[in-house]
Design a protein around this ligand. Structure first.
Ligand code: FAD
Length: 402
């Protein structure tokens, strides 16, 4: 990928995860190469490890990027839901998703972004920014220890969870409002564990997974990804690494741990805007993650697509009023496709995190007695709900009122 950063672009995209890559791809595509786009990342987006369990819904992913066997690790046909006492409920459905090789997926995206005409620099760290008198954003970019500046009327911040670019920039205070609810997540790449390669397993229970869940996801050949994400308020009592190690020792004593990786998940979808004065936020940087499933790959692609389209419109707008209305439209579009659902899920999550282990177990025992073909996701959800009376009460507005 090219190395010489010009002084000025129409759009500088900071961060080349799925959000940034899709924003850049969309901008280059809809402008037919007219938009001068630079996409910067502090590391190559295909550099391993990518801190992720890499599960996606096939249907959702394919709305944004055509599937390619080259970056699919596994095709999935089901989920085991495992209750605290170890009861496994098997939910099977053809083509329910993939385990990706995200490094290869990012590489394909980045190559296509470059082919479409974007300038890609993947050892460029965006440090800080300010807006100059002409209304251009100036980003300080550090490459090999040397800092230089690049300017553009539009910036896309796709720097992932805990994004810091807007911090201390008075004009962007509105983007900083609200709680990003950054949750720590951790996983181990493990060998010597028997696992159905076409199923993912989701585990529940307050001993290891308070306010969250654990997972066992198939990877390549004989490796699996075993991890957990817990509610942020349990961080002190349940150190993610210690809990993961304890879980592995107790449940997979013969597992061979090849490596352990951590990351953060920005679950706190809030009511803050997504764009101000030509500065757009996308993906995890804008907390676009599903707060219950904690999935964020397709969400990042979706928000990157919206931001790419709106940023191009913004560049072609003639007045401040028109630009402000496009900024508002960015938020409205996101809220319509996913944001409103996420806000509702944020509330449901509070109720879910209060489910007692005995209720999970009771629901699992009930579900295990239902013939497998009749176990729909809806039935699973309702069985859990009805087994926990306090949950049913807390969730009444979701269940009975729309
Ligand atoms: C342990 C774990 C497991 C997960 N499992 C799943 C899963 O199974 N399915 C799912 O859908 N989601 C999962 N997620 C969530 C998913 O990984 C994210 O939601 C998704 O990656 C968000 O994409 P993004 O482009 O917004 O951000 P990122 O993928 O985080 O990309 C941000 C990019 O910005 C770059 N960057 C950061 N700061 C700077 C800077 N200052 N200058 C330049 N570049 C910068 C980073 O290097 C990175 O490449 C998981 C997350 C974690 C932590």
């Amino acid at each position: 990928m090219a190395q010489n950063l010009a002084k000025e672009y129409d759009v500088v995209v900071c961060g080349a995860g799925p959000a940034g890559l899709n924003a850049a791809y969309t901008l280059c595509s809809i402008s037919d190469g007219q938009c001068r786009v630079a996409i910067l990342d502090k590391k190559e987006p295909w550099r391993e490890p990518v801190s992720c369990a890499e599960a996606v819904s096939k249907k959702a992913l394919e709305q944004f990027w055509p599937s390619n066997e080259a970056w699919i690790r596994q095709h999935l046909d089901g989920v085991y839901f495992t209750s605290p006492d170890g009861t496994k409920v098997d939910f099977t459905q053809d083509d329910c998703g993939y385990i990706l090789n995200r490094a290869l997926f990012h590489r394909e995206m980045a190559e296509n972004v470059e082919k479409k005409g974007a300038f890609c620099h993947f050892s460029a760290e965006c440090k800080s920014l300010f807006r100059d008198a002409e209304g251009f954003w100036n980003v300080d970019v550090c490459v090999d220890g040397v800092t230089s500046s690049v300017r553009a009327p539009v910036i896309v911040d796709a720097t992932g969870p805990g994004a810091k670019l807007t911090q201390g920039v008075p004009l962007l205070e509105a983007l900083e409002a609200g709680d990003t609810d950054l949750e720590p997540a951790i996983f181990a790449i493990v060998e010597n564990v028997e696992h159905n390669p076409r199923h993912i397993e989701l585990l529940f229970g307050n001993k290891y997974f308070p306010g969250g869940y654990g997972w066992v996801f198939p990877r390549d050949n004989n490796t699996v990804n075993i991890g957990l994400v817990n509610g942020r308020k349990f961080l002190r009592t349940h150190s993610p690494r210690a809990i993961l190690q304890q879980f592995l020792a107790e449940h997979y004593p013969s597992a061979v741990v090849k490596s352990i990786h951590g990351g953060a998940i920005a679950c706190g979808q809030s009511l803050k805007p997504l764009a101000v004065a030509g500065f757009f936020k996308s993906g995890d940087a804008a907390s676009c993650v599903n707060p219950i499933s904690r999935s964020g790959i397709v969400e990042a692609l979706d928000s990157g697509h919206i931001v790419g389209e709106c940023a191009w419109k913004w560049l072609n707008a003639n007045s401040t009023t028109e630009k402000e209305s496009i900024e508002a439209e960015t938020y409205a579009r996101w809220m319509k496709v996913q944001g409103n659902t996420h806000l509702r899920l944020c509330k449901a999550k509070l109720a879910f995190s209060s489910i007692q282990d005995c209720h999970f177990d009771k629901a699992a025992h009930k579900l295990a007695r239902i013939p497998q073909k009749k176990r729909t996701l809806f039935r699973i959800f309702f069985t859990v709900l009805c087994t926990s009376p306090s949950l049913l009460w807390k969730m009444r507005s979701f269940v009975f009122v729309r």
